[in-house]
Design a binder for this molecule. Structure first.
Ligand code: FPP
Ligand code: MG
Length: 325
């Protein structure tokens, strides 16, 4: 663990069991499937989604020993979505190492993602709980819709904050929320509990993506584990840029739009625009908003009596926005 993740040291035992379980159930008769899978699942993955599921189960007093095995579902789906996303984004680096599409090509990366999703569903089916399974498949559907919505708005300089939030909710927050909700569902904890955990995960998940998009403008590749300033190069108009555009005079906005969409912007043009975003207060505004989402998430847990697990979930959601990577 480094300084950024040192506040997660208290979850070390959970992480070790999650990692063991992930590789216990990960097998294929095709060696290349295992090779790509090990590459994609290893690296500096944070395992936040499995951990948040384990803690949600704990909060609902789930006592069965399959909790860690079930938790791997959320890392498999997450990793599958990153494999696919890296193909869409032409990414070269993921989790501080070359992305799978870079090493094995787009075809293999997409197929490995498919393999991980079907592995995840096979594990979910073993739980023998239809609402649990339904929640998971509803989520992979929404993630895909979110990603396609994002694709449909590539290079859209008119994208609204509402639409941005709709994309973020579907592509990122839903899986985090579902990891929480599934803890309640598998525990048979009732709808009030499931709703509270759903809301907790949704708000924490939105905060997560707000910070992810902010770090794309503020971090460095070494710290973040993936290149920075990449969103705009890929035509992704995220909240830092939406807020910056709001503040520009229309003539300046039109000049930049013309330069970026119709001509070949240079590295210096990208650098100038990143500096513009960094200078205009958008980033502080987003940090404050992310903190409000986390505060709201923590308030959703009010229905639970005070406990170590409840405090752990609050620590985890705060980490989501204090992280540097
Ligand atoms: C990373 O976002 C990508 C996601 C959060 C979701 C990707 C979802 C899909 C590809 C569709 C669903 C797929 C499956 C297998 C269920 P980002 O591009 O903003 O972050 P990055 O900077 O880390 O790439
Ligand atoms: Mg991406």
């Amino acid at each position: 663990m480094d300084s950024d993740t040192s506040n997660l040291i208290q979850f070390k035992d959970h992480f070790e069991i999650i990692n063991d379980e992930m590789f216990k159930v990960f097998n294929s008769r095709v060696p290349l499937v295992e090779e790509i899978g090990r590459h994609a699942l290893l690296g500096h993955g944070k395992r936040l989604r499995p951990l948040i599921f384990v803690l949600s189960c704990e909060l609902c007093s789930y006592q069965q020993e399959d909790v860690y095995q079930l938790s791997t579902i959320f890392e498999y789906i997450h990793t599958a979505s990153l494999l696919h996303d890296d193909v869409l984004d032409n990414a070269e680096i993921r989790r501080n190492r070359p992305s799978a599409n870079q090493v094995w090509g787009n075809h293999a990366a997409v197929l490995e993602g498919d393999f991980l999703v079907s592995k995840a569903l096979a594990i979910a089916i073993r739980a023998g709980n239809i609402p649990f399974l339904a929640k998971i498949t509803e989520t992979t559907t929404q993630m895909t819709e979110g990603q396609i919505l994002e694709l449909a708005h590539t290079d859209d300089w008119e994208i609204s904050k509402d639409l941005y939030l709709e994309i973020v909710t579907a592509k990122t927050a839903m899986l985090i929320s579902t990891a929480c909700a599934c803890g309640a569902i598998i525990s048979d904890a009732g709808s009030e509990t499931a709703d509270a955990l759903t809301r907790f995960g949704l708000d924490a998940g939105i905060a997560f993506q707000l910070i992810d998009d902010l770090l794309d403008y503020t971090s460095s590749e070494e710290v973040f584990g993936k290149p920075v300033g990449k969103d705009l190069r890929e035509g992704k108009v995220t909240l830092p840029f939406i807020y910056t555009l709001e503040q520009l005079a229309i003539t300046e906005k039109n000049r930049l739009e013309d330069l970026f969409l119709k001509h070949q912007p240079t590295d210096d043009d990208y650098k100038d625009i990143i500096d513009l975003v960094r200078r205009n207060g958008a980033l502080d505004r987003i940090r404050d908003e992310a903190q409000s989402y986390v505060d709201k998430a923590i308030n959703s847990l009010d229905i639970f009596p005070d406990s170590t697990t409840k405090r752990d979930l609050a620590i985890l959601s705060q980490h989501i926005i204090d992280r540097k990577k």
